[in-house]
Design a protein. Structure first.
Length: 98
């Protein structure tokens, strides 16, 4: 649970659950997440057994990430919290006055 409580971890897991597989796809889905921090969190989540990293021997090398069975089970428990957050998230005001 310690790793899931770290900043960005839950967003990465949710992005993977929504179908993101490649580094750049995850980076684009998690707003505000830097590439350096994504790299750190992916390694931690992999070490915790929550995701799997697959290296495809292409030129250049293609790396894909997916939730492990353990990660999928965790994601199922996180979904009600994500729904709550979406429901109560304040609307963004894109046309604010100066």
């Amino acid at each position: 649970m310690e790793i899931v409580g770290k900043r960005w971890s839950s967003g990465i897991l949710l992005a993977l659950g929504l179908g993101a597989e490649r580094f750049t796809e995850i980076e684009h889905r998690v707003e505000g997440l830097s590439g350096r921090m994504l790299n750190v969190r992916l390694r931690e989540l992999e070490a915790a057994g929550l995701l799997e990293r697959h290296v495809e021997p292409t030129v250049p090398v293609t790396i894909r990430y997916k939730l492990s069975e353990r990660g999928m089970e965790l994601l199922k428990s996180m979904q009600p919290m994500a729904q709550y957050a979406r429901r109560w998230e304040p609307p963004t005001n894109q046309h604010s006055a100066p």
